[in-house]
Design a protein around this ligand. Structure first.
Ligand code: AMP
Ligand code: MG
Length: 423
């Protein structure tokens, strides 16, 4: 595929101050309108989906007062001291309530989860009793009211179980099941088109000629989308010509978002920003982070557009820091604030003030004093630095060199991406 010499109409202003990451993230997230379409799914299919409407409890949980212990239930007023004796008049088992009334001096055997019969206000653990024929001896009586779970103490009818925007986790499935929510309304999964750009890129299942490289970014992006539960639409590798890019943009325009890698710098084969300017809108393109400075954001057709830099570490870092929260917002969820720790660095770190740095690093929690170590090679083309790392060391834009032993901010790779929706 030939590289055209066509000159661009759009040239970003190199003198404009790059935007701070937090500002860029806020602007991007704020500008995104979530997918509006919803679908009803059976509860088991709702795992890792985003709730489109609040779920309101139609029942009390638990539905009736019940025992939290295997033991004996009785009216507390009738047992003033230790070694009190009570007549056992029946039993209440889970699923098989005792039908009668329990009066003073009487008790029933009761199992965990069994309904507390009328008259009973206290349950004593079996371990604190002994049996003498049909008589129960209370070796140490329970405090009045003990070991009884009240009706509705988990959720009452009419309570909001989960608000709209909740990302449904296994515990949420259980709580939804506890109110009998057999079906729930969820947001349609976003469709996210992605393609890589570069005449040097080759498919991973063939040989390489000198100067060619495997198209690794596209696989990394596909995996990121998979792990977010989004529907990825792979548009392949696109050559470095405005025509090829324009064609790819057209194919992507009916998706909810488009992500590209490469071609967003100011090299003579970087046409993404130009074509975006013709086909859609450009919001901004330089962010003060390292790696990852050149970045295009805008729209193509109805889709949000994210043009990520081609250096593989830059692609990964900008995806995690900027695109992932945007996709969570697009999916109707709540982007989680980054989880950050403070750990001492085992090595000195060099840094010039200006951009926020994301160094790839490994955390060590095996010793009594946890610490973090930067990976030895921090080049933005060195993808093994991401693959061997489990965290970023985040150095703020204004920070300079950091001595060994100093405390640094650490962002673990494993962290919540979906925040909790507000009640
Ligand atoms: P670019 O942003 O297009 O200037 O590319 C920057 C660097 O990233 C170059 O060394 C490219 O060869 C490399 N690169 C671009 N796209 C990919 C890709 N899909 N997979 C791996 N490396 C890439
Ligand atoms: Mg390129």
């Amino acid at each position: 595929m030939s590289v055209t010499s066509r000159q661009s109409d759009f040239r970003p202003d190199d003198n404009a101050a790059p935007m701070a990451l937090a500002e860029a993230r806020r602007r991007i997230v704020d500008s995104i309108r979530p997918v509006q379409e919803t679908e009803r799914v059976a509860l088991p299919q709702a795992l890792h989906r985003v709730l489109a409407e609040p779920v309101v409890a139609g029942v009390d949980v638990p539905s009736a007062a019940n025992s939290s212990m295997d033991g004996y239930g009785y009216p507390a007023a009738s047992v003033p001291q230790a070694d009190a004796r009570l007549a056992i008049i029946g039993q209440s088992l889970a699923g098989h309530p005792f039908e009668g009334h329990v009066g003073p001096g009487e008790c029933v055997r009761i199992t965990t989860g069994a309904v507390v019969p009328p008259g009973v206000d206290t349950v004593v653990m079996q371990e604190n009793t002994r049996l003498e024929h049909d008589t129960l001896v209370l070796e140490s009586p329970a405090a009045p009211g003990a070991n009884i779970r009240l009706a509705g103490e988990d959720l009452s009818r009419g309570d909001v179980v989960l608000p709209a925007g909740s990302f449904i986790r296994p515990a949420d499935i259980a709580v939804l099941a506890s109110v009998g929510a057999a079906e729930v309304s969820v947001v349609r999964r976003p469709r996210v088109a992605f393609f890589s750009t570069g005449d040097e890129l080759r498919p991973i299942d063939g040989p390489l000629a000198p100067g060619e490289i495997y198209d690794s970014n596209r696989y990394g992006l596909a995996a990121q989308l998979d792990s977010l539960g989004m529907t990825g639409v792979d548009l392949g590798a696109v050559g470095d010509t405005p025509e090829a890019l324009a064609d790819a943009f057209d194919r992507a325009a009916d998706c909810d978002a488009v992500i590209t890698s490469g071609g967003v710098s100011v090299g003579s084969a970087d046409f993404v920003v130009d074509v975006l300017g013709e086909k859609g809108t450009i919001d901004f393109w330089r962010v003060a982070i390292k790696p990852g400075k050149p970045l295009a954001f805008g729209t193509v057709g109805g889709a949000r557009f994210f043009g990520l830099p081609g250096n593989p570490v830059s692609t990964a870092v900008t995806f995690i820091q900027l695109v992932r929260p945007a996709l969570v917002q697009l999916a109707g969820g709540v982007p989680a604030a980054p989880t950050r720790l403070t750990l001492p660095t085992t090595t000195a770190l060099t840094k010039r003030p200006g951009r926020e740095h994301f160094l790839r690093a490994r955390m060590d929690f095996t010793s009594a004093s946890p610490r973090v170590t930067a990976i030895d090679h921090q080049g933005s083309g060195v993808m093994r630095s991401m693959s061997r790392a489990d965290a970023f060391i985040v150095l703020s834009a204004d920070s300079a060199d950091v001595p060994a032993g100093a405390l640094v901010t650490v962002e673990p790779f494993a962290q919540p991406v979906w925040g909790l929706a507000a009640f």
